[in-house]
Ligand binder design. Structure first.
Ligand code: SAH
Ligand code: SF4
Length: 359
């Protein structure tokens, strides 16, 4: 354990050290998990925060090669949750004691969409007199739109870089202006300068991805000084171009283990940020999110999207909770979380100590 600590607690941890830890198994992997859990306890206690997740729309102008709701997938029914349904879901989150909401959406970049989200943020902010924290995850938008949404009261934004290796990014996206790596990086910096608490993340176990790529992703997060992270395993979807490369993939359980190691390492190198136990973890392992909590994650996003839309927001196959009411989710989640030795921070925004410290 001491050896592990001395490797990880240097100011300039190397790519090769991270790679060897990402490849670890057996006792070394166990030590990594144990240390990450200690770091979490020391810096964040054992509190887990809920964010009610509204999958607002699957209408998307993009064509990411990995994603089931990409524009060219003509087999799915497109939807946008109505204003009333969003407000009902937000009220539900409030009464359940979820301190925050996440509004996630396929990417639409126009004035109507921008104004609509702005109005929804304003309305959500009236619930319980500003009781709900709001995270947005609506892709790349103009600086003006990001500003409007921030001024309306959204204070966190999640935009995954997907991979910080530009070459790999180009392999998993079409080569055109809509899918420009540099533009995505610029968007991250613009969100940060506006004042959002910034979240990003990557998919783990993508075809063509190496352990070096993942190690560099971790260093990229540190360099960008993010406040929160959402990472999870890549899960193939039949109606996407990347499905053709499924033979290159690690078996699902190995992608899952690798994701746990990414979470543990990120917890150790960025001790007081928020890290989500993502739905994709649960898609591979029924207890995936709980396992993520045990190695450093501290945020869970129960799905509160109206049921009738859930099966149309299939970013990947076998997505869990497509037929479960939010109530049922909450009760079973609560018991599961308590079994991991964590408690739930009800009625709190749950901003990361990292973001508070920066203020
Ligand atoms: N449209 C926005 C937000 C919604 S997509 C955006 O792209 O930023 C949210 C996340 O789902 C993406 O960032 C991506 O990392 C993840 N995702 C998409 N397809 C996936 C797949 N096949 N497996 C795992 N995660 C996937
Ligand atoms: Fe659209 Fe996001 Fe899916 Fe890309 S990952 S196709 S931007 S919903």
């Amino acid at each position: 354990m001491n050896e592990l600590k001395s490797i990880l607690e240097t100011n300039s941890i190397s790519v090769s050290d991270l790679v060897s830890l990402l490849k670890s198994n057996g006792q070394q992997q166990q030590q990594l998990f144990q240390y990450a859990s200690e770091v979490k306890k020391m810096h964040l206690g054992n509190k887990v925060f809920f964010r009610g997740l509204i999958e607002y729309s699957n209408i998307c102008r993009k064509d990411c090669y990995y994603c089931g709701v990409r524009q060219s997938n003509k087999t799915i029914k497109r939807y946008q949750v109505s204003d009333i349904e969003v407000l009902q879901a937000a009220n539900l989150a409030y009464t359940q004691g979820f301190g925050s909401l996440v509004i996630q959406s396929g990417e639409t970049e126009n004035k109507t969409f921008s104004r609509k989200i702005e109005k929804l943020i304003n309305q959500i902010k009236t619930i319980g007199n500003g009781a709900l924290g709001i995270t947005l995850s609506c892709g790349e938008q103009s600086e003006d739109t990001y500003k409007r949404w921030f001024d309306a009261g959204a204070h966190r934004y999640l935009l995954r870089i997907e991979s910080s290796n530009e070459q790999l990014y180009r392999k998993i996206h079409p080569q055109n202006k809509k899918h420009d790596f540099r533009k995505r990086i610029d968007a991250l910096y613009s969100l940060k300068s506006i004042g959002y608490q910034l979240g990003t993340g990557v998919m783990i176990g993508l075809p063509f991805q190496t352990h070096e790529d993942l190690a560099n992703d971790l260093l990229f997060f540190k360099e960008l000084d993010i406040d929160m992270a959402g990472m999870g395993p890549y899960i193939e979807h039949k109606q996407t171009p990347l499905y053709a490369y499924r033979d290159l993939l690690l078996p699902l359980h190995e992608r899952f283990q690798l994701s746990l190691k990414m979470i543990a390492l990120l917890r150790i190198i960025m001790k007081d940020i928020n890290i989500a136990a993502t739905t994709a973890m649960q898609a591979i392992d029924a207890e995936g999110r709980e396992k993520a909590l045990l190695v450093g994650a501290n945020v869970i996003m129960p799905n509160i999207t109206p049921l009738k839309y859930r099966e149309d927001y299939l970013l990947y196959e076998d997505k869990p909770c497509v037929d479960e009411e939010a109530d049922a989710c909450k009760n079973c989640l609560e018991a599961r979380i308590h079994r991991t030795g964590n408690t739930i921070g009800y009625n709190e925004w749950g901003d990361s100590p990292h973001s508070m410290r920066k203020k």
